[in-house]
Design a protein around this ligand. Structure first.
Ligand code: CO
Length: 151
């Protein structure tokens, strides 16, 4: 495993749309392992492949010690609403207030190519939405009602 460089700020790759994963091979597994290590080293709750320069629909999330890999994720259900502060490893030094659904159900495939559903609420739902936005080239700052600096 290796820690990869996280793209930040105005890097144009962060604004591009990612493509579906079609090969569930060693290269994908290495990407996932590296993304997990990179996220954990940065104390993040989630990381999307475009943040490490790979325009593929791959997301890792780690909320409350639940580590989840989502490949080709699609939100199939959402309900409720939550408004809270949100940050991003690609936008260091700033946070923003973002309203998200309080519950989402996601359909995805695992690293072997098997499809599954996973649901999350609260922070987990927020992380799913935030990371899936990255696959569309959307950053939380696009949706924030206000932005503020953090130490
Ligand atoms: Co982010």
């Amino acid at each position: 495993m290796a820690i990869r460089n996280i793209l930040t700020d105005n890097d144009p790759t962060l604004r591009k749309k990612s493509r579906d994963v079609t090969a569930f091979d060693e290269r994908l597994h290495t990407l996932l392992d590296d993304m997990r290590e990179t996220m954990e080293a940065a104390n993040g709750v989630g990381l999307a492949a475009p943040q490490v320069g790979i325009l593929r629909r791959v997301v890792v999330v780690n909320v409350d010690d639940s580590y989840i890999e989502l490949i080709n994720p699609v939100i199939v259900e959402m309900s409720g609403e939550q408004t809270d502060a949100e940050g991003c490893l690609s936008l260091p030094g700033v946070c923003g207030t973002v309203t998200r659904p309080n519950f989402v159900k996601v359909k995805a495939v695992d690293r072997m190519g098997c499809s599954f559903y996973v649901s999350g609420e609260g922070l987990m739902a927020r992380a799913f939405c935030h990371e899936i936005d990255h696959l569309e080239g959307v950053l939380f700052s696009d949706k924030a009602s206000e932005m503020f600096d953090v130490e």
